[in-house]
Design a protein around this ligand. Structure first.
Ligand code: SAH
Ligand code: SF4
Ligand code: F3S
Length: 478
């Protein structure tokens, strides 16, 4: 008996993830479940027994990419009929059976609220030789409670090996969104807003710290709307949650994304100011600098309100950095409205901005009510102009760091480096400041996951470059 094989060879899983941090975390959880089911990861799609795409519907381009990937693997499935193919996430929830119509070689279509069922669905699809569809209720398909409970929470499964870095982890504090900005598909595909109980969040943070995680990023579509009411009536706000997480031993840095301008309350700003582990970095998208456009987007604030909020933020948290998102070419955006966005970016001095061309989404209010009337070339031109302006501002602000010392949490080897011939044993490392600026510097790999002092010597719009000043001390302490 002793020399009998004791286990089956592990099946190979290939997974590709697009979209936001929610999807990165979801993929980690799916992989955790599939590992328990006998799968191991591969980066070689040709040798995979299961291919999964975790998808995004926020813009057309993200969907097109997945449909063409599905087209490409059609031949693979013909050659290997036992191969399982899955479409997970937001596009699965949005397109449902349409995916099976367009790509009949797909075996499972699983929405973001049903991901815990992926292993079971793969097995059923195989056993019944029939594609399986598992999605949550549409927002109008039942009472709020019914719809909410059709979006399942399975956050406790974690799988360190698939995280982008062993020292960093996402932690979901809320699911869904209730804001219904007119351009946005997220509330339909991610379901109603739900804040998770704080005890579970703190327990998860402790578990992550136990796995060696030093930086936790709390995620939610509007993370600063977080509010949990205990049965006895006590309420936990995001500021209270930050204070509790601050006490978790081993966690050295805490971030939270993404914020909604209207919910940027003073208690939250004061918490960021007073809790040293919390990054002095706030991502709070403005989307447009024109009141008429904001109204059509149903963002529920004016440019004046946004700028007052920014002033309050900067007064409360000295040394903080702020980043934003913008949509250019939204329905009815004139040259004049675009110039107002330019004005807002000039005045606001964001650390960086993510700029998107408006992409109409079926099922959204904007798609029903307004014409997509800004031509593609105009969208492109505005995107380019706004990005150039933002990059110039980022460079000016980054240059102010030159000559200064800053504390950096080292995240890993710089993406641009490969160990070439004649490598001298020193890697190019990359990390971030307390205000979330990227810093690249030379140093030994063992600094990864540690805080180091770096003197900044140069800067570009996206990166600060420097030299470690505490290398000796760190070297002698290990
Ligand atoms: N919950 C976050 C962001 C969600 S989507 C928030 O409210 O800030 C991320 C970004 O994608 C948005 O901030 C917006 O700038 C952009 N976006 C959303 N829908 C879009 C669409 N239909 N076309 C182009 N960009 C879009
Ligand atoms: Fe979309 Fe608006 Fe919700 Fe953000 S707040 S996810 S942009 S609906
Ligand atoms: Fe995309 Fe879904 Fe995130 S639509 S942006 S992956 S919530």
């Amino acid at each position: 008996m002793a020399d009998q094989p004791t286990s089956h060879p592990r099946k190979k899983l290939y997974i590709e993830t697009v979209g936001c941090q929610m999807n990165v975390l979801d993929s980690e959880l799916v992989v955790a479940r599939l590992r328990d089911d006998g799968y191991e990861l591969t980066t070689d799609i040709e040798e995979a027994d299961a291919i999964l795409y975790n998808t995004c519907s926020v813009r057309q381009h993200a969907e097109d990419k997945i449909y063409s990937a599905l087209g490409r693997i059609k031949q693979l499935k013909k050659r290997k009929p036992e191969l399982s193919i899955g479409v997970l996430g937001c596009m699965a929830q949005k397109d449902q059976n349409l995916i099976l119509k367009r790509a009949p070689h797909v075996d499972i279509v699983v929405g973001p609220g049903q991901l815990a069922r992926v292993p079971e669905l793969l097995t059923i699809a195989k056993a019944e030789a029939k594609p399986q569809l598992a999605v949550s209720l549409a927002r109008t398909a039942g009472s709020r409670d019914d719809v909410t409970s059709s979006f399942d929470n399975y956050d406790s499964d974690r799988e360190p090996s698939v995280r982008p870095s062993p020292f960093q982890a996402y932690l979901r504090v809320m699911m869904g969104c209730d804001k219904f900005c007119t351009y946005c598909i997220v509330p339909s595909v991610r379901g109603p807003e739900q804040s998770r109980p704080p005890d579970g969040i703190v327990a998860e943070a402790r578990a992550l710290a136990g796995q060696g995680v030093k930086e936790i990023t709390l995620i939610g579509q509007t993370v600063n709307s977080y509010k949990f009411r205990e049965p006895d009536g006590r309420t936990t706000r995001l500021s209270d949650l930050l204070a509790r997480l601050h006490d978790v031993e081993g966690v050295e840095r805490i971030k939270f994304i993404t914020n909604f301008p209207n919910d940027m309350t003073d208690d939250l700003l004061q918490a960021v100011r007073d809790l040293p582990k919390v990054s002095r970095y706030i991502h709070v998208p403005a989307q447009s600098g024109c009141d008429l456009v904001l109204k059509r987007m149903k963002r529920m604030y004016t440019v004046g309100f946004y700028e007052d909020m920014l002033a309050r933020l900067r007064e409360t948290i000295p040394g903080s950095s702020v980043s934003s998102d913008f949509i250019v070419g939204f329905c009815g955006e004139t040259d004049e409205s675009f110039q107002k966005t330019i004005g807002l970016v000039e005045r606001s001095r964001f650390k960086n901005s993510f700029i998107f061309k408006y992409s109409p989404r079926t099922g959204t209010k904007a798609d029903d009510l307004f014409a997509d009337d800004v031509p593609e070339e105009v969208k492109k031109r505005r995107n380019h102009e706004l990005l150039e302006l933002q990059t110039a501002i980022s460079l000016e602000d980054n240059m102010e760091f030159v000559g200064r010392e800053t504390t950096v949490l080292v995240e890993g080897r710089s993406r641009s480096t490969t160990r070439r011939e004649g490598w001298d044993g020193v890697d190019q490392l990359s990390g971030r400041t307390h205000c979330d600026r990227i810093v690249v510097f030379d140093g030994p790999e063992r600094l990864i996951g540690r805080m180091v002092q770096v003197r900044i010597e140069n800067a570009s719009g996206v990166t600060l470059f420097g030299q470690v000043v505490t290398a000796e001390r760190i070297a002698s302490s290990v």
